[in-house]
Ligand binder design. Sequence first.
Ligand code: THU
Length: 144
Amino acid sequence: MSSIITDATLRRLEKIAQAAATKSYSPYSKFPVGAAVLAASGKIYGGCNVENASYGLTHCAERTAICTAVTAGERHLRAVVIYTPTPTPTLPCGACRQFINEFAPHATIISTCASKLRKKTSLTELLPDAFGPAHLTTPARHHR
Ligand code: THU
């Protein structure tokens, strides 16, 4: 169900993800990550990972980018591009996969890195049978 994204748009997404990684606040892991999401409106939003001295509060780049898009009024995302300055591509962590499912269940997901290696995938592949908004429309009844 993922839609066609032109090569020019892909290049823009990759550039924005790479630029976002340069803004990464990752003094603890020293693992910068950048992300860029393409919204249904055609606009692109970037984000980087933002760590915290209380390690568990870290925001991943994907979630930063998605929150930036949502803050701009977007609800539907067509693509998520990730960049890490590593020899091989980095895929979204489990929490980000769940977060992507909320706004981009059919998005094309592309991980890019410092080499020419790319990993193109989908949420169906990364998080099959995901729990999502539809599951909350018929809440279970509690009989006591
Ligand atoms: N990180 C991301 O930003 N996205 C991912 O999908 C994987 C992990 C960040 C979190 C943390 O700041 C650093 O990478 C090391 O885990």
